[in-house]
Write a protein that binds this ligand. Structure first.
Ligand SMILES: [Zn+2]
Length: 242
């Protein structure tokens, strides 16, 4: 990569002063062939994106690494990135996992346990396989409801029961949440704080930073129609807008 496009050490220091620690968090959903659906990314493009991250010396993080870096308890690699997958599609295990394994990349799955076993979605043994392969499995609501439309009690059930079922199946669950549809209200955040969860991801576009509310972390949603150059632009430049 030409030197001019790489941020200098002083630029990085200035950015950190302004935005805190900033990490791009890529948000994937389904990895398959469904060109008309913006939330389905073709496996070939996914493979090209992972090749790009490897060639450009990005370091994909575990969820634990991500939290410790944001909290300044652990130094950041030069180019950190967190790879997240929402919902729990079967192709995450069947297609994405083997591609990530080629590079030794970890990932995080935000799983809605209510989808388990439905056509096109993961089974519990597949979730266990992902977990054994180094994926972090974290809650995404039990049945993927629009949380702000629910009563407080119903919201609490969606949030706590999704974590309980993952813990029951895997023996552990992450204390990081991703909002279904990126939607939440004040009650949602109160429930998360009380549970307690440490962090929650939205679908607001941008890098996640240590200066954002821990319950309103930004991500970069990957769209199926984007070519590689567009995806690279979002990966590299979204931090400048957050
Ligand atoms: Zn979702």
């Amino acid at each position: 990569m030409p030197a001019a496009t790489r941020a200098s050490a002083s630029q990085i220091a200035a950015d950190e002063q302004q935005h805190g620690i900033a990490i791009p968090v890529l948000n994937y959903h389904s990895i398959g062939v469904e060109p008309e659906n913006t939330y389905v990314l073709h496996p070939d493009m996914f493979a090209r994106q992972m090749d790009y991250l490897a060639a450009q010396h990005y370091t994909p993080l575990t969820l634990g690494d991500f939290a410790r870096i944001i909290e300044k308890k652990q130094p950041s690699p030069e180019r950190p990135v967190l790879l997240t997958f929402d919902d729990g599609y079967a192709n995450n295990a069947e297609v994405a996992m083997p591609i990530l394994q080629r590079h030794g990349f970890p990932a995080t799955l935000f799983l809605s346990p209510g989808f388990i076993g439905q056509p096109g979605y993961l089974s519990w043994p597949q979730v266990q396989e992902l977990s054994a392969a180094g994926w972090d499995i974290a809650p995404h609501g039990l049945t993927h409801r629009h949380l702000p439309q629910l009563s407080i009690e119903h919201q609490r059930e969606e949030i706590t029961e999704s974590r309980r079922r993952i813990a029951h199946a895997l023996g552990r669950s992450a204390d990081v949440f991703a909002y279904p549809f990126g939607e939440y209200n004040e009650d949602t955040i109160k429930i998360l704080k009380k549970a307690p969860y440490r962090y929650a991801f939205t679908t607001k576009e941008g890098y996640a930073t240590s200066k954002q509310s821990p319950y309103e972390l930004s991500r970069i949603v990957v769209h199926g129609e984007d070519d590689l150059a567009t995806w690279v632009q979002k990966l590299v430049n979204s931090g400048r807008r957050s």
